[in-house]
Design a protein around this ligand. Structure first.
Ligand SMILES: NCC(=O)N[C@H]1[C@@H](O)[C@H](n2cnc3c(N)ncnc32)O[C@@H]1CO
Length: 147
């Protein structure tokens, strides 16, 4: 799994079009979203993550919590982003992993939104620009190695 973490004044999105034949079903309300004072986490779920989804969720949540505490962010935006890797997991596995990351972060007490999966979206982001405002993290299951 590849993550790009951007500490931002805000992140807002608007769903534009389907990017998959069967994107995630969403309500009218989910077609737009915005969070202020947010740690935006752009996530590409990778093929290697299919070997142990539970473990990769655990590692991703630990990394996100670590960065959130460093930048003192309470709001987190989990954003599916298929552009950080050339070895993507299947959409079904990726969506499940992203939903579980969202759930675990909520259980940890964060205010979490997750952008809809399987769509092209317009988005606006205001990066804060401090030294820890732009970070990337890579997590893989257990013994798996990234070539
Ligand atoms: N920017 C727009 C976009 O990325 N759209 C992506 C994601 O929302 C989602 N998606 C599909 N596979 C994956 C994956 N392995 N990891 C993350 N998202 C995925 O499906 C869309 C088409 O790839």
């Amino acid at each position: 799994m590849r993550m790009l973490l951007i500490h931002s004044d805000y992140l807002e999105y608007e769903v534009k079009d389907k990017a998959l034949k069967k994107p995630e079903e969403i309500s009218e309300e989910q077609k737009r979203g915005r969070l202020e004072e947010v740690l935006a986490v752009f996530v590409s779920v990778e093929k290697v993550d299919e070997q142990n989804p539970e473990e990769v969720v655990e590692k991703a949540v630990a990394e996100i919590k670590d960065v959130a505490s460093q930048v003192k962010a309470q709001n987190i935006f989990v954003y599916p982003f298929a552009h950080l890797s050339s070895e993507l997991a299947s959409p079904d596995v990726a969506l499940e992993i992203l939903k579980t990351i969202e759930e675990k972060l909520k259980e940890e007490g964060f205010n979490v939104k997750r952008a809809p999966f399987g769509y092209y979206k317009a988005f606006k982001l205001s990066c804060k620009g401090h030294p820890l405002a732009e970070l990337s993290r890579t997590v893989v299951p257990g013994e798996a190695r990234k070539e």
